[in-house]
Design a binder for this molecule. Structure first.
Ligand SMILES: Cc1cc2nc3c(=O)[nH]c(=O)nc-3n(C[C@H](O)[C@H](O)[C@H](O)COP(=O)(O)OP(=O)(O)OC[C@H]3O[C@@H](n4cnc5c(N)ncnc54)[C@H](O)[C@@H]3O)c2cc1C
Length: 398
C-alpha cells in the first residue's frame, strides 16, 4: 500500500487545522506539512466571524486572504434600546480557507475526502489503506459536544438571502434581542454582505441542543418580513450547536481524546471561549505559536499543546462562572437581561471579553450592578454545583 512521508500531519482540515497549515506554510516553509480532511473541501460549510481586536499580534497577514467581508462597526439591539459600537467586525468563509490552504501547500499535501481511521504517534492510516508516516501528528478533528463538561448550548440556523431590493442594513447586528423570546435567550444575528445579500441567523442560548430547522427557517422569514426585506432567494444555509461551558472535569475530557505523543488542537483540545463557544481567537494564536516552536517532534508538540490547553482552561474559569449564572441562576426568560446589561458596558471591556482577555477590573464591572436574580441565589449558584446539562453529543470525529 502507498505510504506518504511528512514532517507534520494535521488531522482535520477545519478551522484549527487550516490555520495551523497556513501558519506553518508561512513561518516554517522548510517543513513538509500534510493535511488530512474527510470532507471534500477544507473547513466544511461555515461563516466564521471575529472582531479585529481578537487578532493576536502578527496575525493580520495570515488572516487577510480568508476575510470575505469587513465592517468598521456593528450594533446590538435590545428592548431597552440600540447601541452602535465602533469595533471592526470581520467574516471569513470556509471556501476562502480551502483556497488559501491549497495555494499555500503543494497539491499532494492536501488530502481531502480522506478519513483517518487509525492513529499512532508516528503514523496515520487512512480509510483507503494508505499510511502517512509523520515526525509529528496534530489531531484537530473537532468534537461534537464536550464530553465530561456541563452547561448549555448556543444553537442556530443561518441563511444567506438575496433580497429583491437593497436591504439598507449598513452594519452587522451582532445581537438583536428585541425578537420574541423562545427556548432560553433568543436573538437574531445579521451580516450585510452586499447591498442585496444579508446573512440572517436565528440563535438561542438554550438548555437543550435540539434544532427544529423548519421552525428556525420560518422565524428567519418572519424576521425578514418585519425588517421589510423581500427574500428573492436563499443562497446558503448553515446550522450549528455549540457547547457553552459552565463546569467540567478537565482531566477526564483530555483523557478522552489524548493519545501518547499526539498534539491536540482546536475545540478537540478544549480551546474555545466557554461562554460563546467560539474558537477562532484561540485557534489563531495557537497556530502562530505552534509555528514558532523550535522542537517540532511529536512528543515536544504534544507536551507544548497540552500545557497550553491547560492554561486556557484555567483562564476560562471566570467565563464558566458566568455560564453558570446565565444557565443555572437566571430563568430562561431573564437571560436576555444579562446580555442587555453587558452591552451597556465600555466598548474596550466588551472587546476584551470576546477575546477571552477580561482584566480583573473588567470582571468586577461585569459582576457589579443589579443582577436579574437575587444576590444570594447568584452566590449559591456560583459556589455550588448547580444543575447543568451534560454537553455530550454523538462524536462523529472517529
Ligand atoms: C455553523 C458554525 C458557525 C460558527 N461560527 C463561528 C464564528 O463565527 N466564530 C468562531 O470563532 N467560532 C464559530 N463557530 C464555533 C467554532 O469556532 C467552530 O466550530 C470551529 O470550526 C471549530 O474549529 P475546529 O478546527 O476545532 O473544528 P472543525 O472546524 O469542526 O474541524 C474539524 C475537521 O476535522 C474533520 N474530521 C473529523 N474527523 C475526521 C477524520 N476521522 N478524518 C479526517 N478528518 C476528520 C472534520 O470534517 C472537520 O473539517 C461556529 C461553529 C459552527 C458549527
Amino acid at each position: 500500500m502507498d505510504e506518504v512521508g511528512t514532517d507534520i500531519a494535521i488531522l482535520g482540515g477545519g478551522l484549527a487545522g487550516g490555520l495551523i497549515a497556513l501558519a506553518l506554510a508561512q513561518l516554517r516553509p522548510e517543513l513538509r506539512v500534510t493535511v488530512v480532511e474527510r470532507g471534500d473541501r477544507l473547513g466544511g460549510n461555515h461563516v466564521w466571524s471575529f472582531f479585529a481586536t481578537d487578532l493576536p499580534e502578527g496575525a493580520a497577514a495570515l488572516v487577510e486572504p480568508l476575510i470575505a467581508a469587513r465592517w468598521g462597526d456593528y450594533e446590538v439591539r435590545f428592548p431597552a434600546g440600540r447601541r452602535h459600537l465602533r469595533t471592526q467586525y470581520h467574516s471569513m468563509t470556509s471556501a476562502r480557507l480551502d483556497a488559501a490552504v491549497r495555494s499555500a501547500l503543494p497539491a499532494e499535501a492536501v488530502l481531502s475526502g480522506c478519513q483517518c481511521v487509525e492513529i499512532a504517534s508516528n503514523h496515520v492510516t487512512l480509510h483507503d489503506g494508505r499510511t502517512i508516516r509523520a515526525g509529528a501528528i496534530i489531531d484537530a478533528r473537532g468534537t461534537s459536544g464536550l464530553p465530561h463538561m456541563a452547561g448549555g448550548w448556543q444553537k442556530f440556523l443561518g441563511q444567506l438571502v438575496r433580497t429583491a431590493k437593497p436591504h439598507g442594513l449598513e452594519r452587522p447586528i451582532v445581537m438583536d434581542g428585541t425578537v420574541a423570546q423562545h427556548d432560553g435567550f433568543r436573538f437574531v444575528y445579521c451580516l450585510p454582505f452586499s447591498a442585496n445579500e444579508v446573512f440572517v441567523e436565528d440563535t438561542y442560548y438554550a438548555d437543550g441542543p435540539e434544532v427544529d430547522a423548519a421552525l428556525l427557517r420560518s422565524r428567519i422569514n418572519e424576521y425578514c418580513v418585519a425588517a421589510g426585506w423581500q427574500v428573492a432567494e436563499v443562497l446558503n444555509e448553515e446550522s450549528g450547536v455549540l457547547p457553552v461551558v459552565g463546569r467540567g472535569d478537565w482531566a477526564a475530557f483530555r483523557a478522552g481524546h489524548e493519545r501518547p505523543d499526539i498534539a491536540l488542537a482546536g475545540v478537540r483540545a478544549g480551546l474555545l471561549h466557554p461562554l460563546t463557544g467560539y474558537s477562532f481567537p484561540s485557534a489563531l494564536a495557537f497556530a502562530l505559536d505552534l509555528a514558532k516552536q523550535s522542537d517540532v517532534s511529536g512528543s515536544a508538540l504534544a507536551a507544548w499543546s497540552k500545557a497550553r490547553a491547560a492554561r486556557h482552561w484555567r483562564k476560562g474559569s471566570f467565563y464558566r462562572m458566568l455560564t453558570k449564572m446565565l444557565f443555572a441562576a437566571t430563568t430562561p426568560d431573564m437571560r436576555y437581561y444579562v446580555l442587555q446589561r453587558f452591552y451597556r458596558l465600555d466598548c474596550a471591556l466588551i472587546e476584551r471579553f470576546y477575546a477571552g482577555e477580561s482584566s480583573l477590573s473588567d470582571r468586577l464591572l461585569i459582576l457589579s450592578g443589579k443582577p436579574p436574580v437575587p444576590f444570594f441565589r447568584a452566590v449559591a449558584t456560583v459556589l455550588g454545583r448547580p444543575s447543568l446539562n451534560a454537553l455530550t453529543l454523538p462524536d462523529r470525529s472517529a
